[in-house]
Design a protein. Sequence first.
Length: 174
Amino acid sequence: MEDKLHQFFSENDFDFQTPNAGHIKRFERRLNQTQKQNNISWKWLSVAASVVLIFGFWLGSNHQKRQLDLADISPKMEEVQSYFVSTIYQEIKTLEKNRNLDTENIIEHALEELEELEDNYQVFVKDLNKNGNQKRIISAMIKNYQRRLDVLENTLQLIEKIKEPKLLDNEIYI
């Protein structure tokens, strides 16, 4: 065994010289810089993903304007749709303001649910265009918007629970 180790070290040329002065400090400084850069890149990536998602919702809704939509049925339905869209947009903005490492998974899960509901809504729009002005389709479209708001409100409540300190653990009884 010793012969193999001796042979290995004699065959390979290793650099056994001591590093230049300040080597450890330079190494630690570079190590700290890469950690900071990784944190910043994750934040920017999450913000960019959110912007793309919101832009996708907006683009998808504008693209569907060629088809009959809830707002095209009557002025009251246009009011209802406008209310839901603006409220959902505000809730998403609030959600994004609360994004951090603790809430990242919860927010991503909520956004995935919203995407599924958006896909379901598009099916309702196709049904509306295909079958005409039917009350059950209109009702399903309104319920879809309500579910989206429920998802956002529940997510915001979860985030608030995460943010508030655990009072029961910290209370002192006299």
